[in-house]
Design a protein around this ligand. Sequence first.
Ligand SMILES: Cc1cc2nc3c(=O)[nH]c(=O)nc-3n(C[C@H](O)[C@H](O)[C@H](O)COP(=O)(O)O)c2cc1C
Length: 213
Amino acid sequence: MHFAFADLSGREKYKLLTSAVTPRPIAWVVSQDSEGRLNAAPFSFFNAFNGDPPVVGIAIGSRESGQPKDSRLNIRATGEFVVNLVSEQTVAAMNVTSIDFPSGIDELQQAGLSTAPSCLVKPPRIAESPVAIECRFKQEVELGGGYALVLGTILAIAIRDDAVRDPAKLEIDVPKLGLVGRMHGAGWYARQPDLFQVPRITREEWELAQADT
Ligand SMILES: Cc1cc2nc3c(=O)[nH]c(=O)nc-3n(C[C@H](O)[C@H](O)[C@H](O)COP(=O)(O)O)c2cc1C
């Protein structure tokens, strides 16, 4: 079935897109306002867009009042943030931090989470998260409708010790991180238990395989 977006409402476009583009990683963003007050919120219009230079992008919207969400205001104000990734153990706490609390309320405290210092940026990481990505604000791209794509340059990444199989080779036990992705509506998430491998092939290997058939 074909759905032309010009004929759909905002809600309908969102529903189709978030049903089709799955699973999405979740940026659990910790930021601080200019007075140092902590803020945390999840965003699943998120991904890493490049390895070198290493860049993350997060689409952050506005509140009903039209005021940009606190994460965006804080990132603009201080230029720093931490993207924590969400494990199955922390998904319920992550959900609490998505509640539309008034500005200045520490969602981490509300969710019973603790923080640990970051190395290169002022906002701390979420201690219970298996991965924390320290970022410096790079650029904001206005998307319309109150949304902006916030780009950040990655300065460092912290990975829980027990999931680092070989630090010298940078080998990570990825399943051990237990990360979840966001699926379609009504609070659906995905685990990563069902992995399979498809090695990249070179053009020469492809042509040889074609010649053999
Ligand atoms: C799993 C999940 C993913 C979300 N993804 C987004 C998103 O990509 N963009 C967005 O603007 N809001 C998203 N939200 C809603 C925000 O987390 C929510 O509006 C939050 O209150 C914003 O907090 P802040 O004002 O402290 O930044 C998401 C919520 C959940 C639970």
